[in-house]
Design a protein around this ligand. Structure first.
Ligand code: NDP
Length: 274
């Protein structure tokens, strides 16, 4: 388990990723995303999660350059979108992401969704990018157990990460067990269920006890379940608040109470139906 904002988790290929980062989905390109990225880095964040689909890679790159922190001290993730999949298209999409970000390598590149009939070819392209040392680690996103099994049977490299929707209403027990057994690190998207979990009474009560916010308790629960998390905010106070979770810990009973809120409810699409 990580103990500070800059603590690292070692992936199965030996690469280290910060256990906590900033997400930038739905953050407008230009000033807004530049400000979010710079603000997060100023307050100690070192990992930024973007995607070609978010249409803000230029601003993310600008924010990184203006942050004053050297590129190699930062961990940048991007993803290949659904209509960019297939072997050659993925290689082109990767080049386009690098050009927009203004960097010559990525730390992590993910298949955004398991597009049926395409994701194997997409994965071959990611393997090539990895073997050519253009990306330090490769992984997937929104893969169910059956997608992972299928990929593992037909590939050379194993994904280091599976980034999926994960929060107290969607605790992904089967997927977590499978990934843990396979040494594939789970990473949580929409950890706050995009704001829809902030009035949950069980968590509110726990938050009052520790004089923390509901968001902080949820993000602490992520950390204590050994899931990497990347909450999004464009507001400085929330960017600070979300990372201020390393001075308290939840008891086993509180962890169980939060996990028991699971109702298998998604804020985004089901990977079998997108
Ligand atoms: P989150 O669960 O991170 O919630 C973000 C929302 O919560 C925003 O509206 C934000 O508002 C608000 N918020 C953030 N912090 C607080 C706080 N402390 N108190 C109250 N409200 C708060 O949702 P996301 O969907 O953005 O998920 C996080 C990241 O995961 C994304 O940004 C993206 O990088 C990644 N992702 C990946 C997907 C995939 O398919 N691989 C899919 C979806 C997301 P405000 O900004 O106004 O503060």
């Amino acid at each position: 388990m990580i103990n500070s904002l800059q603590d690292m988790v070692t992936l199965h290929n030996g690469v280290k990723i910060p256990g906590f980062g900033l997400g930038v989905y739905k953050v407008e390109d230009g000033e807004t995303v530049i400000h979010s990225v710079k603000t997060a880095i100023k307050h100690g964040y070192r990992s930024i999660d973007t995607a070609s689909f978010y249409d803000n890679e230029r601003g993310v790159g600008q924010g990184i350059r203006e942050s004053g922190i050297p590129r190699e001290k930062l961990f940048i993730t991007s993803k290949v979108w659904n209509d960019q999949q297939g072997f050659n298209n993925t290689l082109k999409a990767f080049d386009a992401s690098l050009e927009k970000l203004g960097t010559d390598y990525l730390d992590l590149y993910l298949i955004h969704w398991p597009v049926s009939g395409k994701f194997h070819e997409t994965w071959k392209a990611l393997e090539k990018l990895y073997q050519d040392s253009r990306v330090r680690a490769i992984g997937v996103s929104n893969f169910h157990v059956h997608h992972l099994k299928n990929l593992l049977e037909n590939s050379y490299e194993k994904p280091v990460i599976n980034q999926v929707e994960y929060h107290p209403h969607l605790t992904q027990v089967e997927l977590r067990d499978f990934c843990s057994k396979e040494n594939i690190q789970l990473e949580a998207w929409s950890p706050l269920k995009r704001g829809q979990l902030l009035n949950e009474p069980v968590i509110t009560k726990i938050a009052q006890k520790y004089q923390k916010s509901v968001a902080q308790v949820i993000l602490r629960w992520d950390i204590q379940t050994n899931v990497i998390t990347i909450p999004k905010s464009i507001h400085e106070q929330r960017i600070i608040e979300n990372a201020d979770i390393f001075d308290f810990s939840l008891s086993n009973e509180e962890m169980a109470q939060i996990s028991a809120l699971n109702i298998n409810d998604r804020s985004g699409s089901n990977p079998d139906d997108f």
